[in-house]
Ligand binder design. Sequence first.
Ligand SMILES: [Zn+2]
Length: 448
Amino acid sequence: MTYVIHDVSILGGPPTDIAIRDGLVAGVGTGLDRAGAEVIDGTGLVALPGLVDLHTHLREPGREDAETVLTGSRAAALGGYTAVCAMANTSPVADTAGVVEQVFRLGREAGLVDVQPIGAVTVGLAGEALAELGTMATSAARVRIFSDDGHCVADPRLMRRALEYVKAFDGVIAQHAEEPRLTAGAQMHEGEVSAQLGLPGWPAVAEEAVIARDALLAGHVGARLHVCHVSTAGSVEIIRWAKARGIRITAEVTPHHLLLTDDLVAGSGDQERAYDPVFKVNPPLRTAADAAALRAALVEGVIDIVATDHAPHAVEDKECEWEYARPGMLGLQTALSVVVRECLGEGGLDWNGIAERMSRAPARIAGLDDHGHDPAPGAPATLTLVDPAARWPVDPGELASKARNTPYAGMELPVRVVATFLRGVPTVLDGKVVGAPITAMDGKLVGA
Ligand SMILES: [Zn+2]
């Protein structure tokens, strides 16, 4: 199938046409040959390289009641994503070639986004023995990112060995930075609000201390470190320092840490809304000053990328007392809208900056060669079209995810994804998922 996207703005530039043929961008410019092509009206739309999420929980295998690779892939495509990296904290844990290959295969079968499995750093996420990093790297899933996310690799000797191991194949360790002995029993950010509510706090230093230690270890070993979901102003300063020293460190921030703050746990001025578990997340929502520092760091580039930490949960794990609720929030379908709301515009990011932080940079970190390319002749036709003028109310019941735990319910967000293409095949058209194409292991279409 050949497509011509007519009158579209590439990254906010002047209107032009994009021709798509055989999985590639065949041409860009006005007056392209439209013979036999399906024409998509791109008037008023912005074309971006397909978004890449470095931090997605798809819950399969093990918690298919919360999400599956297929439902998570649908949410991702609708959010403008063409690739997601699936976290390893499934059941069983993705700590062997067998499990990462299973997740990889399920992603190919769903056929909506490239699902790139992340391997566990330690066996069973237990933090005691290194998992089979080498066999996961050489498996069909070709794992390059390893993470115990949900847990911190707290043992510095184990962290050092993991960094040394992945250096050989230019892998990266993605650390959930949380010193567990400083956060035992924690229920929210440690600060004024936790003191008011009498809830045990999760202090910023528990994150900052681990980032500092890991940056020094990564520098010592000469390996790549990626910091998951940076949540404090102090962490930004440590990452800035590490980058200035030439340490190979990259960092992500979640949309929710850019927008939401810890006063929501107290109801944000409305007692009735206090202790809503939809706002429980790890690391916790921090202060307004932290959120402002994170936005500035993303704009400046100290924080390299936005990652969703999409964390679907079954109703019984979320609609319960605050203390017993599982931490985590949905993110795939709202991420671009939240980032645009918080960071697009004067003094912030332009569309090119958003493409860098949500597509090109995450694709580079993950080593996903098919992704992160601006629409240009010869590039993979892996892109998303967004309507920058649209606004939409977030209705949890309308989201494609199996779970409903979005913190943005009832909010009106800007920007709507209109279409998404994966290697020339539309996965979303008119804001709706289109039938999943069947792809072979090499990503080539074998039937439509
Ligand atoms: Zn985490």
